[in-house]
Design a protein around this ligand. Sequence first.
Ligand code: FES
Ligand code: FES
Length: 156
Amino acid sequence: MDVTISLTVNGIERAITADPERPLLDVLREELHLTGTKYGCGEGRCGACSVLMDGKRVLSCVTPVAQADKKTITTIEGLATGDSLHPVQEAFLAEGAMQCGYCTPGMILTAVALLEKNPDPTDEEIAAEMNVNLCRCNGYPKILNAVRRAAEKIQR
Ligand code: FES
Ligand code: FES
């Protein structure tokens, strides 16, 4: 039976009527048309669908939308402030840390969550936190550089 779920997505309050087990990813993409959040594996193994829920990274393909009730969700579309990119977005651009870009929204949101709880991570901590995020283009060295660059900027 469908239920109504109230959530705030990128600063906008929303009420969604849906099957409570429906993946949050489906709701974001198909109901709210926030297609920056990507479908990769659909089973929690690639990180392409990463979003922030109350500031913590979740894999939206394996998160039932009911879990988002009364929560705050941030997708890649909600990360910039007006025309100002988030420091992690700026760092990915500056380092050219994307090729096809399919993994990039998930990478960026995972890095944002990481730097929020650990503003000065070691390379090992970055790799450990981001190891669920896969990049088919094998862009890992530049992605690592981008996260380091963002960390330096955030600390300044
Ligand atoms: S699509 Fe969610 S982890 Fe792969
Ligand atoms: S840039 Fe293509 S999958 Fe990562």
